[in-house]
Design a protein. Sequence first.
Length: 144
Amino acid sequence: MNAMVKVMDWSKYNIDGWLEQFGAWCETVRMKGGSLPDGLHVNQIYWLIQEADKSPRSCKSHIRCEITDFEAEQVQALLRSVFRSESADYQAKYAVMCLVKHKVENRSLSAVANLMNQSKGQVNIVVGCARFYLAGKYNFLKMV
């Protein structure tokens, strides 16, 4: 028997790109969800319209999902390993959480600052620290 082994190409995006793509993947998975018998749910209809519309977006907030389910699962496993790690201290987890809120949830630095009860400058520094933490812990991730 030949077993097919999938290999993750982490060089496809940088840290921010992977997190943004993971956020877009989460959004499309959420949009596809529905439990009606015919399979057409309002969210599914919206998702189908979004996928059919190939015109470039004028707003920065819409990110088109370009990763596969396998790649999304790998990013999810990476984030899960950070948050479940016993070797990572609270500050590192807090920094990665701020980065996730900024890139995966597609929130502005000001919105993250309001959520975390910090200043925008502090959140900007913490998000930068999270990038360095992830790049140092996972040497296959690139910063730029």
